[in-house]
Design a protein around this ligand. Structure first.
Ligand SMILES: NC(=O)C1=CN([C@@H]2O[C@H](COP(=O)(O)OP(=O)(O)OC[C@H]3O[C@@H](n4cnc5c(N)ncnc54)[C@H](OP(=O)(O)O)[C@@H]3O)[C@@H](O)[C@H]2O)C=CC1
Ligand SMILES: O=C(O)C1=N[C@H](C(=O)O)C[C@H](O)C1
Length: 272
């Protein structure tokens, strides 16, 4: 089979640059386009130079349609409104769409679900093997431990530039815990505490967000019982783990049926 041609949306961003490097270093894929927003100063410059690779002969463009015409897949780590708009367009062109963007609200998620009726979409708040394996362990632990006796708290820390909270990964881990307990995450979540909060409601799932410096991404799920604490953690030290996961997802998704898939599907980590 010929190499899969991958367009990168948000190609000048932190993840965009990691994706350009990952695609250039992996077999079976080539960078076909590097998309940035209209008006960006970077348009016309070589995407490989920005990613510290040297010239790769692909210039940043805001011409989304031209980029789609020369691509088999779109890898998209941008912003929620951008990824939703891209999902509709990628579907029109029959492209695989890998969405790593976090911070989507219920309306964004619904539009992406709708696009996936016609498009092949893989979406995950974290594309790394380690975090997805962790989510399987969290689900098992939450299932095994009585919610009346064991409190679940999820703590995350990211770099100072991150714009959404809780992180997509924290929510993914919260969802895994909620599934283990067979409860609805939205109904059980406590995302903020301030002032006189009263005691902790039994069965709730708490989130705590830290931001600072250059931290790539650290997550700990705490299961706190009387006299003991179980901690399940993941620390990302390099964005290449997300980028390689996203490229792996694109290769996995090629020639699949339309639908909305997750990294659990890609990595074959489903417990069923
Ligand atoms: N699922 C996962 O494994 C991971 C997910 N993420 C998520 O990926 C997203 C991006 O993160 P990060 O790379 O750190 O953020 P950055 O801000 O560094 O990158 C986003 C890039 O998208 C660009 N952009 C904005 N609008 C458009 C548009 N319309 N078309 C094309 N490009 C556009 C931005 O340009 P400009 O700056 O000019 O606005 C910027 O270059 C976040 O939601 C983050 O949480 C991050 C890491 C891993
Ligand atoms: O914005 C980031 O940087 C990251 N975002 C993702 C998230 O919201 O969980 C994944 C990773 O932790 C890095």
């Amino acid at each position: 089979m010929s190499d899969m041609r991958l367009a990168v949306a948000g190609a000048a961003g932190r993840m965009g640059q990691a994706l350009i490097r990952a695609i250039a270093s992996m077999d079976g894929v080539v960078v076909s386009a590097a998309i940035e927003r209209s008006g960006s100063d970077i348009l016309g410059r070589d995407a490989g130079v920005q990613a510290q690779l040297g010239e790769i002969g692909v210039a940043f463009t805001d011409d989304f349609e031209a980029a789609m015409a020369v691509s088999d897949g779109l890898v998209d780590f941008t912003a929620p409104d951008v990824s939703v708009a891209n999902a509709g367009l990628a579907a029109q062109y029959g492209l695989v769409h890998i969405i790593g963007t976090t911070g989507c609200d219920a309306a964004h998620e619904e539009k992406i679900r709708k696009a996936a009726e016609k498009a092949i979409i893989v979406k995950s708040g974290n594309m790394s093997l380690g975090v997805n394996l962790l989510s399987v362990l969290v689900r098992q632990a939450a299932k095994a431990l009585d919610p009346q006796d064991w409190d679940i708290e999820i703590v995350e820390m990211h770099h100072r530039h991150k714009v959404d909270a809780p992180s997509g990964t924290a929510l993914l881990l919260g969802q895994a815990a909620a599934e283990g307990r067979d409860i609805d995450l939205d109904a059980a979540s406590i995302r903020v505490r301030d002032g006189h909060t009263g005691p902790r409601p039994a069965g709730s799932i708490g989130f705590a967000t830290l931001r600072g410096g250059s931290v790539v991404g650290e997550h700990t799920v705490m299961l706190a019982g009387e006299g003991e604490l179980v901690e399940l953690s993941h620390k990302a030290t390099d964005r290449s783990i997300f980028a390689r996961g996203a490229v792996k997802a694109a290769l996995w998704a090629r020639n699949r049926e339309p639908g909305l898939y997750s990294m659990i599907d890609v990595l074959g980590l489903s417990e069923n």
